[in-house]
Design a protein around this ligand. Structure first.
Ligand code: PNS
Length: 162
């Protein structure tokens, strides 16, 4: 059983994330999508909401499951016999930080990081930009799954009325 993790904040999940998770699911027997729940970060969606959105977005992949994680990613991996961390690389600007994390994680645990190039149509995509564009009324429908789009609109409307 070759098990991998796709870690991230997923605030919220985008079509770029779904693309990487789906491709990881073809490379490994099982993929755990690990949702970071670090309390100190200011998020638009709660961990439970992010997990529910991911479960729906990845429901088409039978060998994918979603879990919350806190603390070190390598500890999460060691506890679950996860042998690889799968990360999408959008552009060379991602590479410096991702390489540093991959080397740190490898030195902590021996767990390998596998980089998957983001599909070109998603190379500019980031959750932070999706939130910003949506907050200013831009159309993000092509960038996120439909249920995420409606959750995003609902949350932004709540925020602007409250
Ligand atoms: O979607 P993000 O915010 O880019 O995800 C970053 C994440 C959660 C994958 C990264 O911050 C992480 O792995 N955090 C867990 C804490 C940890 O293990 N830190 C050491 C990294 S070398």
């Amino acid at each position: 059983m070759r098990r991998a993790v796709c870690p991230g904040s997923f605030d919220p999940v985008t079509n770029g994330h779904v693309d990487i998770v789906g491709r990881a699911a073809q490379l490994f027997d099982e993929v755990v999508v690990a949702v970071g729940v670090n309390q100190s970060k200011n998020r638009l969606f709660t961990p439970e909401e992010r997990i529910a959105m991911l479960e729906e977005a990845t429901g088409e992949f039978p060998n994918v499951r979603v879990e919350a994680f806190q603390g070190l990613l390598t500890d999460f991996c060691l506890e679950r016999d996860i042998i690889a961390i799968v990360k999408g690389l959008r552009a060379v600007s991602d590479f410096d930080y991702e390489l540093q994390m991959a080397q740190m994680n490898s030195s902590l645990s021996g767990i390998e990081t596998v980089f998957v190039p983001t599909s070109p149509e998603y190379s500019f995509l980031a959750s932070s930009l999706v939130k910003e564009v949506a907050a200013y009324g831009g159309d993000v429908a092509p960038l996120v799954p439909p249920h995420v789009l409606s959750a995003l609109h609902d949350r932004l409307a709540e925020r602007s009325s409250g």
